[in-house]
Design a protein around this ligand. Structure first.
Ligand code: NDP
Length: 254
């Protein structure tokens, strides 16, 4: 049976969409004929190239520069995406940073930046998105990318990251409870290890350590995650809200 996700013609904004998992999600949604605004911070060229690739798939695609660590940028991102695409149905909060430092060395500045980009931005973009969705009485789907570290804690020097991602899980549940009556579904997808720029260094030095924690026995590719996110933002997943789906190859079982 072929599942019709009924995503064609919907409009999505993906934070951190220039590379890695966000790029994979953009490509998968474009395959379902979703129009897309990808957000980037520094990778202007990569974003430009991806916009071409998405446009070639026959959808409207735009790139919007915005720093998720900046509150004004977060709100502007949603405004510009809605303005340029004409409407917004889907928000994927994917952008994030994974700094490495042991607890005794994490500065307050590094802590705050991690929490700002990984957690506060999720609140700010979601707030701007939900205001539009409520005003337009159109419903919507929010999918937040979190990590197995939200549940396990960090094992390799990422306590601030793990705390920020645990915040995302809790925020997802609160938003889901509050927004269900507006037909806005809010879910999260927890990742384990995905082969992207973010993990390149860690995998080069510590591959076996990570692999032995993954029962499925391989590191995920962005496409492995993108198909799950595509389902989660579709009406086929309309009866799921407040959930964190574990897409970790079994690294996280709970
Ligand atoms: P990458 O480092 O490969 O890409 C990060 C993306 O986030 C880029 O598009 C980057 O934009 C964007 N970004 C970073 N900082 C900012 C900022 N301040 N403002 C706007 N955009 C920003 O990461 P991944 O693709 O691997 O990770 C995607 C998500 O998945 C993250 O939330 C991450 O925490 C989560 N995750 C990843 C795992 C993995 O194994 N890869 C495991 C668990 C969770 P630009 O290039 O333009 O700067």
């Amino acid at each position: 049976m072929e599942m019709n996700l009924k995503l064609a013609g919907k409009c999505a904004v993906i934070t951190g969409g220039s590379r890695g998992v966000g790029k994979g999600i953009a490509l998968a949604l474009a395959d379902e004929k979703v129009n897309i605004a990808i957000n980037y911070h520094r990778s202007a060229k990569a974003a430009e190239n991806l916009v071409k690739e998405l446009t070639d798939k026959g959808v409207t695609a735009i790139a919007i520069q915005a720093d998720l660590g900046n509150a004004v940028d977060c709100a502007r991102l949603i405004d510009e995406a809605a303005g340029q695409l004409g409407r917004l149905d889907i928000l994927v909060n994917n952008g994030g940073v994974w700094p490495k430092n042991w607890l005794q060395n994490i500065s307050l500045e590094e802590w705050k930046k991690t929490v700002d980009v990984n957690l506060t931005a999720v609140f700010l973009t979601s707030q701007a998105f939900l205001k539009k969705a409520i005003a337009g009485e159109q419903g919507g789907k929010i999918c937040n990318i979190t990590s197995q570290a939200a549940f396990h804690g960090a094992t390799t020097g990422h306590a601030h990251y793990a705390a920020s991602k645990a915040g995302v899980v809790s925020l997802t549940v609160s938003m889901a409870r509050e927004l269900a009556k507006y037909h806005i579904n809010v879910n999260a997808v927890a990742l384990g290890l995905v082969a992207t720029d973010m993990t390149q260094q860690a995998l080069a030095t510590n591959r076996d350590y990570y692999l032995q924690r993954i029962p499925i026995g391989r590191i995920a590719m962005p496409e492995d995650i993108a198909s799950i996110v595509t389902f989660m933002v579709s009406d086929a997943a309309g009866y799921i809200t407040g959930a964190t789906v574990d897409a970790t190859g079994g690294m996280l079982m709970r």
